[in-house]
Design a binder for this molecule. Sequence first.
Ligand SMILES: [Fe+2]
Ligand SMILES: [Fe+2]
Length: 378
Amino acid sequence: MQYHGPCTRNLLFLHPWFQVSILFSGFRGLQNTKRGSYWPAKEIHFQATHSMPPEKIEIFKSMESWAEKNLLKHLKPVEKSWQPQDFLPRADSEGFYEQVEELRERAKELPDDYFVVLAGDMITEEALPTYQTALNTLDGVRDETGASLSPWAVWNRGWTAEENRHGDLLNKYLYLSGRVDMRQIEKTIQYLIGCGMDFKCENNPYNFFIYTSFQERATFISHGNTARLARRYGDNKLAHICGTIAADEKRHEIAYTMIVEKLFEIDPDTTVLALADMMRKKIVMPALLIYDGQDDNLFDNYSAVAQKLGVYTAKDYAENIEFLVGRWNVEGLTGLSGEGRRAQDFVCRLPARIRRLEERAQEKANKAPAIRFSWIRY
Ligand SMILES: [Fe+2]
Ligand SMILES: [Fe+2]
């Protein structure tokens, strides 16, 4: 069976995790060949690798003392970090059952669609092994041993350790809520990690740090919106959970955008070319290959609900690009090569082009038929 998935049908349904991606053309090369039950449920073909010229590795080596001084301070020490237990009923306390009961009562007030988005967000967070793997494919900044003391590697592991709490907290919350089919969700996580993801960054840290800047900002917006909606439905405790995760994502966004800002300072031509390249290739969502064993269009369907609910919309997406292009002062870059100037021009015109697509995206999402998800107990 050939599966030419998400991108051709619902080009305009944007979701935090897929962000920049699927706006301009289809994501080619996504197939489901079902070679055997052990094989990934979905495959990405045409994967490119090692696009960064080897001499550029020196740039990242030369940035190590800068990274140690400026990047690592954006990680929070473990002793000062929140843990999932801070937001959940304590199983070792006397009031455990009452607290669970209260949590479940509050959860009853939230609509099914809200749980679709929350489950999809949690599943995406739970595929963290894929993202740490991706970080460690990067030339010049990968963790060479698994315990390397290079500041890049210390960041990679510290970031992963912080992110690990996000899936953990949402997973436990969803389990206790009684609103979801946990077995279906757990299967989806297993499928997704088994599929992996090609982020189209080609082992190139210029590309990847641009990708993560978009990604972290998008997750900040998305978790912020699930917090806002929870509050609207009267569940302030869930709002606090989502808001706390959003605050982590904001800190990560600040760190990654700062790396890219530094790259623009040291090597503006390569950086603006990388930015244009990532925009043209489309920044693909980590959960693009999401599959629950039943729904071949699960990614589309989940993204449509996120758009419809206003958790992450085409408007957010356009604003995200606009913000970052402004944050890096792409318009004000000088001394670029001809190719660099063309890339600059392309990137600066992008937000306006995307804005023209916003309305269509919302209209399409509003008209999308109601889909039943295997994750939800209807
Ligand atoms: Fe996260
Ligand atoms: Fe994050």
